[in-house]
Design a protein around this ligand. Sequence first.
Ligand SMILES: Cc1cc2nc3c(=O)[nH]c(=O)nc-3n(C[C@H](O)[C@H](O)[C@H](O)COP(=O)(O)OP(=O)(O)OC[C@H]3O[C@@H](n4cnc5c(N)ncnc54)[C@H](O)[C@@H]3O)c2cc1C
Length: 473
Amino acid sequence: MTPDAVVVGAGVAGLRCAMALADAGMKVLVLEAAPHAGGRASSWTDETTGLQVDTGPHVVSSEHRNFMAMLKRVGTAEQVLWQRRPLITLHDAKGVLRMPSPRLPPPLHGLPLLPRALTRLSLHDAWSHLRIAWRAARLNERTLRDLDVEEAHAYLRDMGVRPAAVEWFWRSAMLALLNVPLEQCSAASMMRVFRLMLGRSGYHFGFPRMALSQLYVPGCCRAVVRSGGQVLFGARVQRLRIHEGRLQGVELEGGHLVDAGRCVLALPPNDVAVLAAESGETALKPLATAARYFRPSPYISTYLWFDRAVTRERFWARTWTPQGLNTDFYDLARIRTSLSGEPSVIAANAIGPMARGDWPDDRIVEHTIGEVKEFAPLARQARVVHARVHRTAMAIPQPRPGTEALRPRNATPVEGLWLAGDWTDTSLPFSMESAARSGALAAEAVLETTGHPQTLSIAAPDTRGFVRLFRAR
Ligand SMILES: Cc1cc2nc3c(=O)[nH]c(=O)nc-3n(C[C@H](O)[C@H](O)[C@H](O)COP(=O)(O)OP(=O)(O)OC[C@H]3O[C@@H](n4cnc5c(N)ncnc54)[C@H](O)[C@@H]3O)c2cc1C
C-alpha cells in the first residue's frame, strides 16, 4: 500500500488525526510501536477478573470539547457518564465537602462555593485571592505566556495568596490538574487553569462507562481501514528519511522502509527528541533540544476489588498531605455499565511526586486500602478480594517553568513533516483534550497541502460572563 499520509503513534492524538485524514478521503497508514492502540489512554485486561481496566482511571470534563467531538464522530459520546452535581467531593482532615458547580455568570458562580470553602479557610485567606483573581481576569492566552519564566509557588506568594490557602487549595488542585508540585510548576500553566476556573461556569466531570480505549480506538481504526488505510502494530519507527529539507519516508525497526511525502509524528516528547536527533537533519536540532526539556510526571494507579459495595460516590478527591498517596478515587461499579449492581471496584491515582516509585506493590495496596477506609466507613468491614497496581512512567510531561514557551507548533521546518501530541502547542493543559486538539490541528495542516482545507479543531476555551469584560485585548 502506498499511503497518502503516515501517522506515527496510535494514541489519542494520532488516531484523531488519522481518522480526520481518512474522513477526508486519504489513505492513511498508522504505525504504532506497541502491540495495541491507545498509548497512555489505553486499557488492559486483568486476568483474574477479566475486567478491562485503564492505564489509570481517566476523567473528561465539560471542556474536553475536541475529545468529545471525536467520540461523537465514532458514536460513543453517550458512553460518557456526566456528573453535574456535585462538581467534586473533597476528602480532607476535617471530613467530606461536596462542592457545587453553579451555572451563574462568572465570576458570580464562585459565590455559592464560598460558604463551603470558609469551613476550611478564614475570610482573610479567601480575601487574599483578590489580587490574583484580578490578574487572572486580565490575562489572555498570549499574555499569560509571559508568566512561563516564573515558578507557581513564588508567584502565589508574590500575589499575596496566604499560605493556608496555598496548602489547602492550590497544592491539591494543581497536583490533580497539572501533576506537579507548585514549586516545579510554571506560573503560566497554573494561571491558564485558574483563569478558566474564574471565568467559566457549569464545569463538570464525565467518566467512561466502558474501558477507555473502547471509547475511541475501534471507531478510529475502522474509519482508517474504511478509506483504504491500515493500522500496523509492533511497528516502531526508528528513523526519518529526509532529503533536501523534504520528508521522503520513515524507516521501521528491522529496516523496512515506508515511502511517504506526508507524515505526522503523534508521539510523546522523548520519542520525538530521539527521531529528530537521529534524523541528522540540522533544521530539526532545535526541536530535538526543546523536546528533551520535557520531563515525565509518573502515575501509580491502584485497582481494588471489594467483596461488597463500600460507597455511593462515583468519584472523590483527597486533598494533598505530605503523608498521602492517592489524589483521586473512582468506584467503577458506579460508573461502568458492565459493573452496575456489583461490589465496589475502586480505582485510585497517585500522581507525580506522590507516585512513590520505591514502594513495592503490597505497600501501595495497603496504603490505598487505608485511604479508602478513611473516606468510606463501609470499607472497614469489607474484604479486598483482589488488587492490581499499574505504574506509568509518564502520564503527562511536567508543566515546569519554561515548558509553555517550548511547546512546538504542528508545522516543522521539514516539508511534509508535522507534529501532534498532548505536549504540542494547543493552549491547553497536557491531557486527552490537548491530544485530540493537536490531532485535529495536524490534520488541518496536512489537508491544507492537498488543496482541500478543512476546519477540524475546536478552539481552546476562554473566559466568559463578566470576567470576559476585563480580559486584555
Ligand atoms: C494514569 C493516567 C491518568 C490520566 N488521567 C487523565 C485524565 O483524567 N484526563 C485527561 O484528559 N488525561 C489524562 N491523562 C493523560 C492522557 O492519557 C494523555 O494526555 C493522552 O493520552 C496523550 O495522548 P497522545 O496521543 O498525545 O500520546 P500517547 O498516548 O503517548 O501516544 C503516543 C503513541 O506513540 C507510540 N509510539 C511511541 N514511539 C513510537 C515510535 N517510535 N514508533 C511508533 N509508535 C511509537 C506509543 O506506543 C503510543 O501509543 C492520564 C494519563 C495517565 C497515564
